[in-house]
Design a protein around this ligand. Structure first.
Ligand code: G6P
Ligand code: MN
Length: 441
């Protein structure tokens, strides 16, 4: 076991998810012996809010870990061992626009799917590539553990610009789904070895080997889902609706378990019809998690000990998953995770240069994707191929600063019905993202 003290940086530390990552880290201090945490964000105010909360959590846990806050990339990255990245370019204010502008055109408005995800991707690519460049300059040996969305677009851009970067791209959605299903139907999730494939936020479980039952129990889970539906025990209304829709997708296509984000592609018309155009998920998050952070921060500043007892940042799956990956990498445990990687034959009948999300082992050498060993079905393949092409065109549009490629990408996106609306929404997104996007011509 590696015991030498390590130093980490969290980039985009102002995120509401940062305390959860730290909390998960503290629970595995032996396996991941962090001695220094550097909080880095371009927003000094958001970074400071996190600093105060993390400082409080560390004191409460009685851990002597050095922490610092900075807006300077050199101070943030120099010689660190791991960089956890979760930047949100434009903040929740721009997320709100990603969600609301498409809705004005009768299109799905979502932060990572459809044209909203494209808008977010175009904002993020330049800044994320700059960040990777800085990591390579100041900490060439560090691993970057990346949660930054929209992940397929970001991974594709990094693969093109920095093919040798030591980066692991992860998403907690697939494991959140399998955990939820295990929980509601009474299985032990730790006994599950799921088979999953797709693109990020665009995939399917096609098998669940259960070690306790010694067989694939996916048919049983699909049967339960059809008979009883799918639900979320705890959570806010929009996540609850999402899980109900996951069950509805299974009832239409009862051969696999879809990623919930496919609701935006397979039932986008209903999503648009039901959407509140004045109050989207971004508003939920601003009024929920973001305010929770503000209040927690204020209670610490006020030294309000009664009030403080009510705040917890106990680990949720988001923080736990990325820390589990970090531990497997650091201690060479070769554990299995779903990760976002260049295809290179992992899915044999999908183009090799797609960026896919598949099971992979994580050890000291990094990520080793598992070859699926069987072709995927035409329904999933057709959906994925259109999505891959559309996302690749969008990344082309960024590198070539091409309006034509951008318009092709949006027209091809399966949430968009015609070139007519594609052009209108593209022009509106260009206008709204003037401060962030490269100029497309
Ligand atoms: C899941 C996804 C993330 C996404 C998040 C949004 O965790 O995997 O990629 O950012 O959900 O959650 P929120 O509560 O911010 O809508
Ligand atoms: Mn995700």
């Amino acid at each position: 076991m590696k015991k030498e003290p390590i130093s980490i940086c969290i980039a985009g530390a102002g995120s509401t998810y940062t305390p959860g990552i730290i909390q998960a880290m503290l629970n595995v201090k032996d396996m991941f012996p962090v001695a220094e945490i550097r909080l880095y964000d371009i927003s000094e105010a958001k970074n400071h809010r996190t600093f105060v909360i993390v400082d409080y959590l560390l004191r409460k846990a009685g851990k002597s870990i050095r922490i610092l806050e900075t807006t300077d990339p050199k101070i943030a990255f120099e010689n660190v061992d791991y960089i956890f990245s979760q930047i949100r370019v434009g903040g929740l204010e721009m997320r709100e626009k990603d969600e609301k502008i498409p809705l004005e055109f009768g299109l799905v408005g979502q932060e990572t799917c459809g044209v909203g995800g494209f808008a977010y991707g175009m904002r993020t690519m330049p800044q994320f590539l700059e960040l990777v460049g800085q990591c390579l300059t100041y900490a060439p040996n560090a691993w970057i553990l990346n949660y930054t969305n929209p992940e397929t677009i970001i991974s594709e851009a990094v693969r093109r610009a920095y093919p040798k970067a030591k980066i692991i791209n992860a998403c907690d959605m697939a494991i959140s789904i399998s955990k939820t299903l295990a929980d509601i139907y009474g299985y032990d999730h730790d006994a599950w070895i799921p088979d999953y494939y797709g693109l990020n936020h665009f995939g399917w479980f096609t098998g669940i080997y259960d070690k306790e039952h010694d067989r694939d129990i996916l048919p049983d889970v699909l049967k339960r889902a059809q008979e009883e539906g799918v639900w979320l025990k705890e959570g806010d209304d929009s996540w609850k609706e999402t899980y109900v829709n996951l069950g509805r997708m299974i009832s239409y296509f009862p051969d696999s378990i879809p990623n919930n984000y496919l609701e935006y592609y397979l039932m986008g018309d209903e999503k648009v019809a039901k959407a509140d155009k004045t109050y989207t998920r971004a508003n939920y998050v601003m009024d929920g998690r973001n305010q929770y952070m503000d209040h927690f921060y204020q209670a610490i500043l006020d030294g309000d000990s009664d009030n403080l007892k009510t705040y917890t940042m106990e680990n949720e799956i988001h923080g736990q998953y990325i820390i589990d990956i970090a531990v497997s990498l650091h201690q060479d445990l070769n554990k299995r995770f779903n990760l976002i990687v260049p295809n290179h034959g992992a899915i044999e009948n999908l183009r090799a240069d797609a960026v896919v999300e598949v099971p992979a082992y994580v050890g000291a050498k990094g990520v080793e994707a598992i070859r699926r060993g069987a072709p995927i079905c035409d329904f999933h393949k057709g959906l994925m191929e259109a999505q891959v092409a559309s996302e690749k065109l969008w990344v082309d549009a960024f590198f070539e600063q091409s309006y034509l490629k951008a318009l092709q990408a949006i027209t091809l996106n399966q949430t968009v019905p015609s070139m007519l609306v594609a052009k209108k929404v593209l022009d509106a997104l260009i206008e709204a993202n003037r401060d962030y996007w490269p100029e497309l011509s």
